[in-house]
Design a protein. Sequence first.
Length: 205
Amino acid sequence: MSQTDSATAQRTTARRTRWTATDLGLIAVFAALVAASAIVPGIPVGALGVPITLVTLTVMLSGLVLGAGRGFAAVGLYVLLGLAGLPIFSGGRSGLGILATPSAGYIIAFPLAAAATGYLAGVVIRKTVKYRALWLFGATMISSIVIVHGLGVLGMMVNGKLDFSKAFIADLAFYPGDILKNVLAVIIAMAIHKAFPDVLVRRVK
């Protein structure tokens, strides 16, 4: 490859990885979507009162639709705005004080889960044709179990003063709802990808 071809390839790669106004708009839209899902009243579970909410649905949807980087940015923006004082966490909560509650682990996990789901979704879109919905569901479940539930249990242990076994048992109450929400997230994401194939595919080719 000539130096000219190499320079052209590098410029092309830079253009592909640089976020456009459309990317920034999608990040803002999905951050707002996550915030809107938190407005729906949650269902407190267990003695610690950590609520079951729709937030995990929109977190996974952000990753499935936007990919790792933009998904992380969208959900991270939601978390940062909530920590800055906007009442957009479940139950209208806000501020840095949320990090001292048993819910802290789940909140910290959300941007990471969106990024992991987005990365895995990119692999699925790039590598599969058959059973794509099943693979995407697997991506959401891996992110849920490893990141959301893993950090959620840790948060209950640190801030709720529970030992591992009690925190793990308390966390199990969230699994049925998360499975249903992940199924719904995949269904919505598949419809979006069908209608707008460039939303994610163009970024992982």
